[in-house]
Design a protein around this ligand. Structure first.
Ligand code: P1T
Length: 389
């Protein structure tokens, strides 16, 4: 697989890498933006005579190669892999690194779909898992099974409770036991947090969210820093084939270029929303790592540039009032997903995390999750005031 095309990472600051890494203007036309290579196959110059390593678009496509180079660069990794969705990225990673009988440590408040993948799909193929509080290092050490735990899986901040795990400390715990630390960096985005620079082995993204940034494409990514692991992932990416098409890659890459400016505005608006909610009488608790009283605030301050655009809160009056708030909002659109320019509101218990109802991962019924967008902040506050009655 090593003869497959992949761009090396460009140097420079975050925004420079987000905009330039992975692609040089086309030598023939000067096209500044990677064209959408809508082709499944490539003419060979004699049998095996590949031009630039391109053979068949499941294995590699130039629009995808450009995105993969940019993803590696913004995460400070060696290689990036674009996948058809966040869950496709997760499944491909698991197959590349684990075998039946192996074991994975999971967050006890992971995204519902991630838990479902391990609990309902991977388990049937012999992969065991233990959900644990990843903010408790002793609990993580106790959950690790020496010799069979391959992955410690961290989401930080978590979806939807916004708990924060210490990437550096967890990397040390995982490595001491011969396991790898995987970090789902979807909520923070590479602009706010770069787990590979803190010792993580693999970064996972649902690029559907902040990386794409416009709620117009589903995608996922893996970024690694070890070239041997990269070979394994590349082999499984091609062998399983859960890859995005060129138009999806184009949209995701276009979104990535503006990630820095968007994230700063997401954070500005989220801070205003948090300030508003903490003073609102219908709100009993606001969950946001930027709040000094948040249990993960100190760790978040060390490992994140800012605290992100995701906010969760609990509503006085319980589930019915939480559902009513979701339904009354107008500028905040009622819907799943997150990370787009438009604000979204949802009820995790009935929506994104319905798949963990009845398990240890069940989320509180009075919880509302906001993906704070980049609209005019005053309009967002007025909308929340109306929604909360
Ligand atoms: O939806 P997909 O691109 O397959 O990504 C899955 C995924 C993985 N990790 C995290 C932290 C996620 O939040 C998600 C998807 N989450 C939602 C759809 C949601 O509304 O929370």
């Amino acid at each position: 697989m090593s003869d497959q095309p992949h761009e090396t990472t460009a140097k420079g600051g975050f925004e420079t890498r987000a905009i330039h890494a992975g692609y040089e203007p086309d030598p023939t036309t000067g096209a500044v933006i990677p064209p959408i290579y809508a082709t499944s196959t490539y003419k060979q110059d004699g049998v095996g005579g590949l031009r630039g390593g391109y053979e068949y678009s499941r294995s590699a496509n130039p629009t995808r190669t450009a995105l993969e180079g940019a993803l590696a660069a913004v995460e400070d990794g060696e290689r990036g892999f674009a996948m058809a969705s966040g869950l496709a990225a997760e499944d491909t990673l698991v197959r590349a690194t684990c075998r039946p009988g192996d074991h994975v440590v999971l967050p006890d408040d992971a995204y519902g779909g991630t838990f479902r993948l391990f609990d309902k799909v991977e388990k049937a193929w012999g992969l065991e898992h233990t959900p644990v509080d990843l903010t408790d290092l002793d609990a993580v050490r106790a959950a690790i099974r020496p010799g069979s735990t391959r992955l410690v899986w961290l989401e930080t901040p978590t979806n939807p409770l916004l708990n924060v795990g210490d990437i550096e400390a967890l990397a040390a715990v995982a490595h001491d036991a011969g396991a790898m630390l995987v970090v789902d960096n979807t909520f923070a985005s590479p602009y706010l947090q770069q787990p590979l620079t803190l010792g993580a082995d693999v970064v996972v993204h649902s690029t559907t969210k902040y990386v794409g940034g416009h709620s117009d494409v589903v995608g996922g990514a893996l970024v690694v820093r070890d070239l041997e692991l990269a070979e394994q992932v590349a082999f499984h990416q091609n062998s399983i084939g859960a890859v995005p098409g060129p138009f999806d890659c184009f949209l995701t890459h276009r979104g990535l270029k503006t990630l820095g400016v968007r994230m700063d505005r997401h954070c500005d608006n989220a801070e205003k929303v948090v300030e508003f909610l903490t003073r609102h009488p219908a709100v009993t608790q606001v969950l946001y790592p930027g709040l000094p009283e948040h249990p993960g605030h100190e760790v978040a301050s060390r490992q994140m540039k800012r605290y992100g655009g995701m906010v969760a809160f609990r509503v006085a009056g319980g589930e019915q009032q939480a559902l009513a708030a979701c339904e009354r909002a107008q500028v905040f659109t009622l819907g799943e997903s997150l990370g787009g320019v438009e604000s979204l509101i949802e009820h995790p218990g009935r929506m994104t995390h319905a798949s963990v109802a009845g398990t240890d991962l069940e989320v509180p019924a009075d919880l509302v999750r906001l993906s704070v967008g980049i609209e005019t902040a005053d309009d967002l506050l007025a909308d929340l005031d109306r929604a909360l009655g």
